[in-house]
Design a protein around this ligand. Structure first.
Ligand code: BES
Ligand code: ZN
Length: 623
């Protein structure tokens, strides 16, 4: 008896083991999908964009790869979608299918489970429409565009918003190719993260194909009055015609950036690399949608001083779009690598001095955040567990700056050339795959550390990946130009040098940011006035300098910034700027009501992702 039951046990264990192991590896806390059972391998979208009702309506067809014989359902992610009907295809025949849409979870949205029956279908087709409030889309009226003539619409799918405009497996662990038929109002140009047209079609019909497999967060669409100008054979800019020439000038170095990245990490694998300049409500600086990065207009400073953003989004063509985090718990594999590569591109184009300034600004910012915000210890770790958390609502600079700092540490310890070789091989080996922290660690041990045993210890790697804070053995970076600015700032604060005697007219954007970010929290009105008078800071056209200055102004109750700040908050919806500005206003008793009233006016123009963050600030503070 005993041996039979033991055998039975063993049998059950053997049966269960592979499933458990797979589920353990692929579990994405931000998706209902079950990629160990079935995955999407290709998608076809057929959608009508209707600006009057602010909806996309039509169907999506998903071609499926089944991995488990016993699987009887297809589970998809969705948010605020109206599902009309679902069909299944086996061979050539389409048949209606049963499905259930669960009640929405506030972070994850609604689980859509489709009953696929005993014979696993080859494809499913879902007829649906989006909500006007879809979290991943923004519908703008003509008045919110530069030309004020036509409406505009764009998507932002990362991290978990693709599900608000397409029902799908919304996890970066799954990749698929796609095609799309889109109907838009005649005269408007439609663009996607795919092969794009250069001109508007006469009838508003467009067909797209994306032949490289991508994860859902890289699904993207934009519709508007847009024109194209080339930068090089394979790079160019789409923008509203009123902004096109400025943008082409600002981003003229894009081709050189692509070439620099290729020289470091191997061929650019996505065909074209174009930029789409969005209206200022775009909630991010940039978004690395394949073949077509989405870019905020707030980086058009007129002097090309903020183009690290382009280097950043381009760098994702390797780190992120080729090699992807399998869940948001390994987000640093996307953003930390990208921030490192971004800086290498800047160095290749503009030299070490500028690259170092950019890194020092980021590194000092991170250290300040850890000390002053202060950032919760668990969010200071590269390897994260975001279960139960909204990926939009957490502190993410760790993944960017600490991630890049870790790679710089490796570079310092093993040497630049070995690290470059390692990275090139890593991008090649994991191209078009999604990986977790353990897979990276194992690859690192085998392909770098085992060859440089004396340079880095396992304990050091553990500290970088799993401990909060910045390791005390982290390399320290200085910039000679910044050291001079330190001296000048001190002399100014000590009253030894008047504002008008500072060499501010010769400072570049980075030196200005370094000067401003290093000022103490409390300043005298006279000091602010003197700086403003000497350098016209309140009037600056550089969004990064304006942001830094406005924050200082708010925290010191400096009234001169108020009209400019108000205009900035109403026009710009970039989260990185508006969230800290509203937070500073909300924290000051005397500014809270004013901040709220600006927000009331600005909110209708904000993207849902931005208003969600700002709503939270004001819901947590006294009226
Ligand atoms: N992929 C990100 C933007 C993003 C991250 C959107 C997480 C949604 C969720 C993009 O590449 C990015 O990092 N943008 C930065 C640019 C900067 C670091 C140069 C931004 O938007 O500020
Ligand atoms: Zn990024």
């Amino acid at each position: 008896m005993r041996s039979v039951s033991a055998l039975l046990h063993l049998f059950i264990l053997l049966l269960a083991a592979p499933t458990i192991a797979l589920a353990g590896n692929s579990a994405d806390p931000h998706s209902y999908a079950q990629p160990d059972q079935v995955t999407i391998k290709a998608m076809h979208l057929d959608l009508d964009a209707d600006f009057a009702s602010q909806t996309l309506a039509g169907s999506v067809e998903l071609a499926l790869d089944w991995h488990q014989r016993s699987a009887r359902e297809l589970v998809l992610d969705s948010r605020d979608l109206s599902i009309e009907r679902v069909e299944l295809r086996r061979g050539q025949r389409w048949r209606p299918a049963d499905y259930a849409l669960a009640e929405a979870d506030p972070i994850l949205g609604s689980r859509l489970s489709i009953d696929t029956g005993r014979r696993q279908p080859d494809a499913v087709r879902i007829h649906y429409r989006t909500a006007p409030t879809a979290s991943g889309l923004q519908w703008l009226g003509a008045e919110q565009t530069l030309g004020k003539r036509e409406p505009f619409m764009f998507s932002q799918s990362q991290a978990i918003h693709a599900r608000s405009w397409v029902p799908l497996q919304d996890t970066p662990a799954v990749r698929y190719t796609y095609s799309a038929d889109i109907q838009a109002p005649a005269g408007l140009l439609v663009l996607m993260s795919a092969e794009n047209p250069f001109e508007a079609s006469a009838d508003g019909r467009y067909r797209f194909t994306m032949e490289q497999p991508i994860p859902s967060y890289l699904m993207a669409i934009a519709i508007g009055r847009l024109e194209f100008k080339p930068i090089s054979e394979r790079a160019g800019v789409f923008a509203e015609p009123e902004r096109l020439d400025e943008a082409v000038y600002e981003f003229a170095d894009t081709e050189r950036m692509i070439a620099a990245a290729e020289a470091l990490y191997g061929e650019y694998r996505w065909g074209r690399y174009d930029l789409l300049i969005l209206p200022p409500s775009f909630p991010y600086g940039g978004m690395e949608n394949p073949r077509l990065s989405f870019i905020t207009p707030t980086v058009i400073a007129g002097d090309r001083s903020l183009v690290q953003l382009i280097a950043h989004e381009l760098a994702h063509s390797w780190s992120g779009n080729l090699v992807t985090n399998d869940t948001w718990n390994s987000f640093w594999l996307n953003e930390g690598f990208t921030s490192y590569v971004e800086n290498r591109i800047i160095q290749a184009l503009f030299g070490a001095e500028r690259a170092d300034m950019e890194f020092v600004l980021d590194a000092r910012g991170l250290a300040r955040d850890y000390e002053q915000l202060p950032v919760e210890p668990s969010l200071q770790r590269l390897v994260q567990d975001l279960t139960g958390l909204d990926p939009d609502a957490i502190y993410t600079t760790t993944s960017y700056t600490k991630g890049a700092w870790f790679l710089r540490f490796l570079e310092q310890r093993v040497g630049r050339e070995p690290l470059d070789t390692f990275l090139r091989e890593y991008f090649d080996h994991f191209a078009f795959r999604s990986i977790d922290n353990d897979t990276f660690r194992a690859w690192l041990d085998e392909h770098l550390l085992s060859r440089h045993g004396e340079a880095v210890t396992a304990a050091q790697i553990d500290t970088w990946l799993n401990e909060p804070g910045i390791p005390e053995f982290a390399p320290v970076y200085e910039s000679a130009a910044f050291a001079r600015v330190d001296g000048q700032r001190e002399a100014f604060l000590a009253g030894e040098q008047a504002a008008s005697e500072l060499p501010g007219a010769d400072w570049n954007t980075h030196e200005w940011l370094y000067f401003l970010n290093g000022l103490p929290a409390a300043l005298e009105q006279e000091q602010l006035q003197a700086l403003d008078q000497a350098f016209g800071l309140t009037q600056t056209g550089n969004s990064e300098i304006a942001f830094a200055w406005y924050l200082i102004g708010i925290n010191n109750g400096y009234p001169a910034i108020r009209p400019g700040l108000e205009q900035f908050l109403v026009e710009v919806g970039r989260r990185k700027f508006v969230v800290p500005l509203y937070r500073a206003l909300a924290e000051r008793e005397s500014d809270r009501r004013w901040g709220r009233s600006i927000y009331q006016r600005a909110r209708p123009g904000y993207h849902p992702i931005t208003s969600a963050s700002v709503d939270e600030i004001f819901s947590q503070t006294q009226p």
